[in-house]
Design a binder for this molecule. Structure first.
Ligand code: HEC
Ligand code: HEC
Ligand code: HEC
Ligand code: HEC
Ligand code: HEC
Length: 220
């Protein structure tokens, strides 16, 4: 290259070359990091809400079961959000003057439901159903984490395809009793009890990891 270009052009070419090389290294090395970071997967992000509702306060503090507010989680695809009336079963009595609860009072007065912004939404091309999972004893914590420790709700797991497949390829050991699905702390089971339960569940539900792995299970 030496004598064909002027020295300045040579320097320029080297700079361009070095620049693209660095960029390439950057993409190769940092691409996967960016894809897995909270920025992309939204893990740990707080979403703006009309009312700063605390799961920690209402679940851990007051001991309200998930199904009191997410009433359709066992019976339909969607868990659902509580209506204003559900909040008002208590807040027409307590904290009635709280400025934080003003949007709830307005909603009751106007009849316009509160619009909660979504924390854990899947893209439209993925099919998901709560009922199926809940009726097999997959606990809320498996997918949503320790909601009872979240003053403001954040996404606990990246809902990437791999997250779903990890379980679908080997679900038995991740199941628990169906009457414990809303339990937040882990089951008081030793290794042997857990193994026995997993074996029985696999048999009872005819779990077939080869089928649960198929694309059209989730992309219909
Ligand atoms: C007193 C009512 C109440 C109870 C009890 C409650 N939640 Fe919620 N939940 C809400 C409200 C209101 C929202 C919307 C605001 C927010 O995201 O914090 C919500 C949002 C959520 C979301 C976010 C979904 C999304 O995609 O936006 C998840 C997940 C969730 N709740 C899980 C649970 C679990 C698990 C339990 C039981 C451990 C539970 N909730 C108990 C009222 C409740
Ligand atoms: C079973 C009763 C009950 C239900 C249902 C309930 N709450 Fe509460 N909430 C409470 C109690 C009790 C407190 C006060 C807790 C404390 O400060 O110790 C509270 C506190 C709050 C606060 C904090 C108020 C402040 O000024 O500090 C907000 C915000 C709130 N609730 C929103 C909601 C929303 C929104 C809903 C419906 C999705 C709801 N709550 C449903 C009992 C309830
Ligand atoms: C196997 C994983 C899994 C389990 C178990 C699970 N969820 Fe979900 N949940 C999801 C996914 C995925 C979404 C997002 C669905 C979408 O966007 O279509 C979601 C969304 C939600 C929402 C948002 C509103 C809605 O209707 O979709 C709430 C509330 C919620 N879950 C509550 C719960 C509660 C309460 C439990 C336990 C009783 C639970 N979930 C168990 C994966 C799970
Ligand atoms: C912790 C375990 C676990 C996780 C995580 C999980 N699943 Fe499942 N899934 C199951 C089990 C168990 C079944 C029921 C299998 C059966 O009864 O044959 C199931 C069934 C399903 C079905 C119905 C299959 C059918 O029979 O038609 C769909 C759809 C599905 N899951 C989607 C998802 C998606 C999407 C995700 C990720 C957001 C996910 N699942 C995460 C355990 C899990
Ligand atoms: C258990 C559920 C499940 C199964 C089975 C599944 N997927 Fe997915 N897939 C998902 C979820 C969840 C996403 C969304 C990921 C995200 O938003 O990051 C996804 C996303 C995708 C995407 C979009 C690109 C991406 O990675 O985000 C493609 C393409 C895809 N899946 C193809 C397939 C093919 C091909 C198969 C069969 C070999 C398959 N999927 C099986 C749950 C599943």
């Amino acid at each position: 290259m030496a004598q064909i270009f002027k020295p300045s052009a040579d320097t320029f070419a080297r700079l361009v070359l070095a620049g693209s090389l660095l960029l390439l290294i950057g993409v190769v090395l940092l691409g996967p990091v960016a894809a897995r970071s909270g920025y992309q997967s939204k893990v740990g992000w707080v979403v703006d809400q009309p009312v700063p509702f605390s799961h920690k306060h209402h679940v851990a503090g007051l001991g309200i079961d998930c199904r009191f507010c997410h009433a359709t989680v066992e019976s339909s695809a969607h868990a659902g959000f509580p209506s204003t009336h559900v909040c008002m079963t208590c807040h027409s009595q307590i904290w009635t003057g709280s400025p934080m609860l003003a949007p709830v009072r307005q909603s009751l007065a106007s009849g316009k439901p509160l619009i909660w912004n979504r924390v854990s939404k899947l893209p439209d091309f993925v099919f998901f159903n709560h009922k199926i999972h809940i009726n097999r004893g997959v606990a809320c914590t498996r997918c949503h984490g320790r909601v009872d420790q979240m003053p403001l709700l954040t996404r606990a797991h990246p809902f990437e395809m791999r997250f779903c497949l990890d379980c679908h390829r080997d679900p038995a050991g991740r199941l628990g009793p169906t009457d414990q699905v809303t339990r937040m702390s882990s089951l008081p089971w030793d290794e042997a009890t857990h193994r026995r339960f997993a074996l029985a569940a696999a048999r009872r539900y005819h779990l077939d990891p080869a089928r649960l792995d198929k694309c059209d299970i989730c992309h219909r």
